[in-house]
Design a protein around this ligand. Structure first.
Ligand code: SF4
Length: 351
């Protein structure tokens, strides 16, 4: 682009007096920066803060993360969603312990080889923790750059992202790599906001912004429309037998893979048939509130049932006391409201 030196200097000065006070910004510890970047993918800063603190407190080193059992890491992640992130984090931690003595490598390309670390995360760790000249380009940064340059390229295309990664890497300011990375992220998160809401009046680089100068800010970034989400219709069951609640493990592949869940089936299947297939011979069925949960590409529409089991055979599910499940098992957010209502109904039944 043009005028990079001025833009970078202004951004850095602005960042130094306007950066939000976030726990992972108080350190250059590469593990903390890595963890925060993984948690922040698809998740708001305010939501991440308590998770970050708790995770660091429980697993203070990469080695501790590498050696933790799966239920512990899933429980620490419970409610953040996209659980493959924490599984990959642990696999990468095991590689770091095995190959690098427990310290993240200060090398962009070595970072890229670790599970779950793509160009953005590698760029963020390399520049922030190790002051290496590698840009970190995510949706926020793409939006900012697209507007600054009035760039007509579609930001959903990988080629556009790669081009911006290369361009920003080539202009990284020596000695201020991490500050520049964070300044761009911060501008995207607090000033150059999405959905037609940029706060241009408070923008430190307004006079260099091509979209602002031409009064066409709302035309950027250019992006192709998102695909429609697929709708799936399910029946979900809160099954109770003598105070114990049934949970089951999902399959190894696909959405929420290998996570614990409330038993469920396709809505097409009649409720009594589903129950019989699970070995529930007799039970009292109550309808609960229907629920909807939105994932990135899929929507779940759920009919929900509370079933007080009177007679069952076989061992289809894991039956556990409510408090044990809440303490030791991570239940994805999709089931949380059903869980809550089921527990309240159970308390009513006991009274
Ligand atoms: Fe974004 Fe407005 Fe600043 Fe341009 S002037 S970079 S559109 S906030």
């Amino acid at each position: 682009m043009y005028e990079y030196n001025e833009i970078i200097n202004k951004l850095i000065l602005w960042y130094q007096s306007n950066a939000r006070d976030l726990p992972w910004r108080k350190t250059k510890n590469p593990y903390h920066i890595w963890l925060s970047e993984i948690m922040l993918q698809q998740t708001r800063v305010e939501a991440v803060k308590p998770y970050f603190q708790r995770f660091i407190h429980t697993l203070p080193t990469i080695e501790a993360l590498a050696n933790a059992d799966e239920e512990t890491i899933l429980k620490l992640w419970e409610g953040l969603g996209y659980y493959s992130r924490v599984r990959n984090l642990q696999k990468a931690a095991q590689t770091v312990v095995g190959e690098y003595g427990g310290n993240l490598p200060a090398d962009y390309f070595a970072l890229r080889k670790l599970k779950g670390i793509g160009p953005y995360t590698a760029g963020a760790i390399a520049s922030i923790a190790f002051s290496l000249p590698h840009a970190a380009v995510d949706g926020n940064v793409l939006r900012v750059m697209s507007r600054l340059a009035a760039d007509p390229r579609d930001i959903t295309l990988p080629a556009t992202k790669t081009a911006w990664e290369e361009e920003l890497t080539s202009v990284m300011p020596k000695g201020e790599e991490g500050t520049f990375t964070q300044a761009l992220m911060e501008l995207g998160a607090t000033v150059c906001l999405p959905n037609g809401m940029p706060k241009c009046q408070g923008c430190p680089v307004r006079e260099h912004c091509q979209a602002y100068k031409k009064n066409v800010v709302l035309q950027y970034p250019v992006k192709s429309p998102k695909k429609q989400r697929t709708k799936e219709y399910l029946s979900v069951f809160f099954l109770v037998d003598q105070g114990n609640i049934a949970i089951s493990k999902r399959g190894e592949k696909g959405l929420l893979s290998a996570l614990w869940q409330l038993p469920n089936c396709d809505r097409e299947k009649a409720v009594p048939v589903a129950l019989r297939d699970w070995g529930i011979i007799n039970g009292e069925i109550k309808r609960m509130k229907g629920q909807k949960h939105i994932f990135t590409h899929i929507e779940w529409h759920m009919d929900c049932y509370f079933v007080a089991v009177k007679e069952k055979e076989g061992h289809t599910f894991l039956w556990l006391d409510r408090h044990q499940i809440e303490k030791e098992y991570a239940l994805p957010s999709a089931f949380k409201k059903i869980w809550q209502e089921g527990c309240e109904t159970l308390e009513e039944e006991i009274k």
